[in-house]
Design a protein around this ligand. Sequence first.
Ligand code: HEM
Length: 349
Amino acid sequence: MDDLSAPIPQRILRPLTESAIFLVLTIDEGGEDGVREVLDGFTGTLRTVRSRIIEADLGCVAGIGARAWSRLFSGPAPKGLRTFPALSGKVHDAPSTPGDLLFHIRAHRMDMCFELAGQLMRQLRPFTTVQDEVHGFRYFDSRDVIGFVDGTENPEGREAQQFVLLDEDADPDFVGGSYVTVQKYVHDMDGWEQLAVEHQADAIGRHKWDNVEMDDETKPADSHTALTVIEDADGTQLKIVRDNMPFGSAAADEFGTYFIGYSRDLDVTEQMLRNMFLGDPEGTNHDRLLDFSTALTGTHFFVPALDFLDDIPPAPEDGADGGEGADGDDEPRADAGADPSGPSRSSDP
Ligand code: HEM
């Protein structure tokens, strides 16, 4: 039976919706108290909008970046929280871009996402600067704009909880929390469409129309799914939960994928990124998908449990650094994916 006293995670694990808005903000100097107040009322704001059309199933996950943590809260910081490490491969780069707050808003209807984004921005505008706002949409049968079904191999149910949520072993101060990484990609659609469909499939490692995975003998080593399948030292596969959404502007000839990946350990996501950008083995190849996809942003956040947001710690004393672990310079931890037992409840705020 579930432990009813365990902290309740934010609503990370849910099926993909038709619409999403991704908001990334930085906190202006002196804006910390204002932001704390908005975070304090966050679940109330979400309830206010969601209850207007319950069947739209509005949800919002709030994340906090490494540089913001010690500005906002006293006490310990999440052990693994750090800034996104920029990667420079032989051919492609992954930039690291600023972000103190992430709001991953999703619903079956864009009007609900937009209403919540509007209410949050009305509250946050005096204290923050918007770094990025992306409106994502479902494209046919959950395909990305390059035409492939995206999200197939996501872990589900208890397996997803184990790969995404922190337990006592991972970080006793932040049980029920999670880490999330976002990257905004734009695609070279002209180049992609010039590729024969079978070569597009080679880049992904799955067939395009029926979404069937290539077998190991035919899947190229530089395909996206060959490079993002990673294992721990015991040969157990390490997974993340992805909620990518297509976005774009027809007028601006912009066709994009907003990558968003949740994990219990940023080492796992970073290893996938290293394989994609630096190659596996390092220096020998890179993800073929990157020849048609450019990363414009890259930011890590921590997603605290709902209990944390409902009772946020006191503000740091002036000049205090708010504890260890979130200064952006931490070494990655070495226990990626160890003991994946975790809290098993998730609830709507
Ligand atoms: C799989 C698209 C970026 C991690 C896939 C699949 C597609 C896809 C079509 C195959 C179906 C599926 O299992 O979902 C994209 C696009 C991206 C992108 C268009 C951005 C341009 C990333 C990034 C990561 C990642 C940045 C990791 C940091 C994965 C993983 C899988 C996957 C773990 C599942 C592999 C497996 O178990 O077979 N992606 N992806 N993807 N992607 Fe991505």
